[in-house]
Design a protein around this ligand. Structure first.
Ligand code: CAA
Length: 382
């Protein structure tokens, strides 16, 4: 029987994340958004509470949570600030290739020291020449003896200016397309690793994003993740795992937008009564509530599916796509409920719209999610 109740452990995990989000993150969300400030002190507290390396097993120093439990936490954090949440969970994306393809020796060597102290890792797949066509990436990995030499540029890399570790996807031969792509773990300290300056972004401004250049970076063969040519499937398997928490992140933003709109509608008067008594607003709130509820359930279902051993390619793309489209729509309707005030920076809802927008783009644009969904779907009919 499906069971939608949370265990006492899950309730307390969610309460802990909610308390942290509302007391530590929310009070600084507007200020960090305005100044595009990367709040190191908040991220450090998140690390201390075990909120940063959620997917890393406890034996390597992480929190070792199921995907479902990760989603409970991510939704709570995103309710307070989408941008901070992106930075807090970026380690999960960057470390997933090591979890999936690392040898026991590599996991021991990379994950243990990494999780022992507060630090960031970045996932380097996207390139300036095109993000959606991951199979066409151009960063080269030339084999020289027992080393590879990496050269190329990545872009839109979350937390890159602060990262001490990069998981990098490069090709040993571009003519092989996706079959040439190979993955590496590369420390920031390697000569030739050059993060760019922080990008000025529309939303998620408490998070940090930049390019990373690899200028003839020597990477020992021992730091290759999987074999030559295994990198593309590894990137896809990684994204199968991490798109579902993006569904949770979008759900958190959408829930915040709904809560702001509902509370405002009860106190804002027009035509001699609270606007919550106008059917036009009631219909809006009802539609927003449906979207939030469906986004959460799709996210929970995708997480549950993956936790039960399935690949979850279809389910994670559905959750990410639906929840992020819903977040943008719900934030838009929240602004409409606030009217002119909603458009003003003094009120919290315009930030939610800017933050929601990115969830339709990163970890695979929603056009790519729809293409993945259609492919998976059609396979069942062919
Ligand atoms: N798991 C395992 N293997 C997979 C797979 C999966 N989910 N999906 C595809 N593959 C395998 C295929 O089986 C195929 O294998 P063979 O060579 O053995 O046949 C191979 O990979 C190629 O697959 P496709 O033919 O489907 O590849 P494609 O070139 O048509 O591309 C795509 C597919 C889905 C469009 C892919 O390029 C894609 O997902 N693009 C989007 C990339 C993306 O999400 N980028 C976001 C970066 S992260 C981010 O945003 C950063 C951040 O900081 C938050």
């Amino acid at each position: 029987m499906p069971d939608f109740s949370l265990s006492p452990e899950q309730e307390s995990l969610r309460d802990m994340a909610r308390k942290f989000a509302r007391t530590e993150m929310a009070p600084h969300a507007a200020e960090c958004d305005k100044a595009a400030r990367f709040p190191d002190e908040i991220y450090r507290k998140a690390f201390d509470l075990g909120l940063m390396n959620l997917n890393v097993p406890a034996e390597y120093g992480g929190s070792g949570l199921s995907l479902f439990d990760q989603c409970l936490i991510v939704e709570e954090l995103a309710y307070a600030c989408g941008g901070m949440t992106t930075s807090v969970i970026a380690n999960c994306l960057a470390l997933e290739p090591i979890l999936l393809a690392g040898t026991p020796e590599q996991k021991e060597r990379w994950l243990k020291p990494f999780c022992a102290a507060y630090q960031f890792a970045s996932f380097c797949l996207t390139e300036p020449s095109g993000g959606s066509d991951a199979g066409g990436l151009r960063t080269r990995a030339r084999k020289e003896g027992d080393h590879y030499v990496l050269s190329g540029e990545k872009c839109f890399i979350t937390n890159a200016p602060h990262a001490s570790l990069f998981t990098v996807f490069a090709t040993i031969d571009p003519s092989l397309r996706h079959r040439g792509i190979t993955a590496f773990a590369v420390p920031r300290s390697a000569a030739g690793v050059i993060p760019g300056k922080d990008e000025e972004k529309m939303g998620h401004r408490a998070s940090s994003t930049s390019t990373v250049r690899f200028e003839d970076v020597r990477v020992p063969e021992a730091d290759r993740l999987g074999g030559d040519g295994d990198g593309f499937a590894l990137a896809m398997r990684t994204l199968d795992q991490t798109r579902t928490p993006i569904g949770a992140l979008a759900t958190g933003i959408a829930q915040a937008a709904l809560d702001h709109a509902a509370a405002y509608s009860l106190k804002r008067q027009s035509f001699g009564k609270p606007i919550s008594e106008h059917q036009a607003i009631q219909i809006k709130l009802a539609n927003m509530a449906q979207a939030v509820h469906a986004a959460r359930l799709l996210t929970w279902h995708a997480a549950w599916t993956i936790d039960h051993g399935a690949k979850g390619t279809l389910e994670s793309s559905i959750a990410k796509c639906f929840a992020s489209d819903s977040a943008l729509h719900v934030a838009d309707e929240a602004i409409q409920t606030f009217g002119g005030y909603g458009y003003m920076k003094e009120y919290p809802v315009e930030k939610l719209l800017r933050d929601a927008k990115l969830t339709q783009i990163y970890e695979g644009a929603n056009e790519i999610q729809r293409s993945v969904i259609a492919r998976e779907l059609l396979r069942a009919y062919s």
